[in-house]
Structures are given as C-alpha cells and as structure tokens.
Design a protein around this ligand. Structure first.
Ligand SMILES: O=C(O)CCC(=O)C(=O)O
Length: 283
C-alpha cells in the first residue's frame, strides 16, 4: 500500500483512459491533474447542461453564492454547519431542481461512474444526517467574465469531514473531479499554481491582505502566486464531455482567456479524499 499524500507529484498533467485510472494516478503521486478526454459524448453533455440551465438557478459569479445545484459547501460560504443542515431541507429550491434534473439521470451516471471504476481502494460516500452525500452538484459560470472562479484551495471540506469524526489520513490531499457539460472552446481554462502554502504562510497572508485563506481557502492574492517561479504549474483547456481530476489542495482558478462570449459554462463537481484506506467522496 503506497503512502499518501505525495506532496511532490512527478508530472503536471497527464491524460488517462478513464476516471479510475486518473484518480489512481493522482493518489500515487504521478500527477497533479488527470484528464479523461471525451469521457461522455458532447451531445449528451449538452443535453445535461440544458436541463441544468432550465432550472434558472443563479450563476456563480466572482466566487459568490449561487450557480450550484444540490447542497454544496460553496453554496454556503464554506459554512459547513449550514451545508449539512441544508442537505435535508425538504422543499429547498435546489432539491426540487435536483429532482427534476435527475430525470435525465446525471446522478445515476455519476454513481455508475464511481461504482464501475477500479480505484483499488474501497469507495465510501460521506454520510451526513443519515443521507449519502452523493448529491448532484452543478456549477454554472458565466463565460463573459475574466475570472469566473477566483484563486482558492478546497481545504475547508477537510475541516467539515474532520468535524464529523472522520480521521483524515491525508488531510492535505483533496481531489476535485469535474465533468464538463458545457464549455465554449477556448474558455474556462483550469489553472493550477505551483505553490502550496504552509498553515503559517497562510496566516501571514491573511494578516497582510486582510483575507481568510487560512480559514476557508479563499481568496489567494494573485500577487503572491505570481511571485513564485515558475508561477503557474499548468493550464488545462477543457471541452464539453471531458472529465478532469485534480489536486484541489493546490491553489487553482478558472480563467476565460479566449475571446469572451455571452453564455454559460456548466459542470458537475465532486471531491475525493483518502481516509483510513478508503476513498471517501462527496459533493
Ligand atoms: O470548474 C473547474 O474547472 C474547477 C472548479 C473548481 O474550482 C474546483 O473543482 O475546485
């Protein structure tokens, strides 16, 4: 059994044949980002994106609220208590939307994706309030803004898991997985920075910039990351139908570098981490 986490992955990004292989690559310290091109067909991805957009949820802009379908840590300003309460709210708008979209069975798709893949580790869905956390979660981002997702690190999730008594074997390893349903070509580039700040460094950043990076992972000051040489570790262009897994404990953002156009980028998103010999997943 290999030891986790590997803090110095050997490669930036690599392409894999399937999600299981990509997750294994990341766990084994092979790379920071694992890409599965055309995991689902573009037309199917487009249908799912349309179904999500039909719900008219607010898009997520500038790191604010909205734009997600299904309970999510991000929806609740990284407030994990509210997140777990909200998961069980009976007539919540997001839950209604979730049910209507699941007619198209994206949850089933994600479940079968997880269950049919070979991860070489038992999979464990995170439970909360007696419900599995396999909620559908969608992101809707505008494509006519420069920076739809600001620079951040997804470690708050780990704090939530810890507060629920899960003993984190690799608290520094958070893996985000995304299935892109709509992404205009050339836009929505995932950028991962080549620097992991220590807890003390994050506290210093908070003091210096009056921010909350050490508390909730947001927002990393661009200036500090650009001072790191080489600053950006990699940029990944994604297309509808692609599936991408990456180390979300590295600072990362989404940028629209190409010609901006009015429209939406829609994706499904979830997380994995390694806990006591199992791969725990949640959204
Ligand atoms: O949409 C993306 O490409 C990345 C979203 C993100 O920030 C994450 O999955 O943590």
């Amino acid at each position: 059994m290999p030891k986790y986490p590997y803090d110095r992955p050997r490669f930036g990004s690599l392409e894999f044949n399937g999600p299981g292989e990509a997750v294994r690559g990341i766990l084994a310290g092979t790379c920071v980002v694992g890409i599965v091109r055309s995991f689902i067909d573009r037309d199917e991805a487009g249908m799912l994106a349309d179904a999500i957009l039909k719900e008219e949820l607010d898009p997520r802009t500038g790191g604010g609220l909205g734009g997600t379908l299904g309970p999510s840590l991000f929806d609740h300003r990284q407030n994990h208590e509210r997140y777990f309460e909200k998961c069980c709210a009976p007539d919540d708008k997001y839950k209604r939307a979730l049910l209507s979209v699941s007619a198209l069975d994206i949850r089933g798709k994600i479940r079968s994706l997880l269950e049919s893949e070979k991860y070489d580790l038992p999979l464990k869905a995170l439970m909360h309030n007696n419900q599995s956390s396999e909620y559908f979660r969608a992101f809707i981002f505008p494509t006519d803004v420069e920076n739809p997702v600001g620079i951040h690190e997804d470690f708050t999730s780990v704090r939530s898991l810890r507060s629920r008594g899960l003993n984190m074997a690799a608290p520094n390893m958070i893996i985000s997985h995304n299935l892109y349903l709509r992404n205009p070509d050339g836009l929505g580039i995932l950028r991962v920075y080549n620097k992991k700040f220590t807890k003390n460094e994050k506290v210093d950043l908070d003091r210096k910039y009056n921010i909350n990076v050490s508390v909730n992972g947001y927002p990393y000051p661009r200036k500090e990351l650009e001072a790191v040489v080489p600053s950006i570790m990699l940029e990944v262009s994604v297309r509808a139908g692609d599936y991408v897994v990456f180390r979300a404990d590295y600072p990362h953002e989404v940028v629209n570098n190409g010609e901006r156009q009015k429209g939406w980028r829609v994706s499904w998103n979830g997380f994995f981490t390694y806990v006591k010999g199992a791969l725990v997943h949640w959204t």
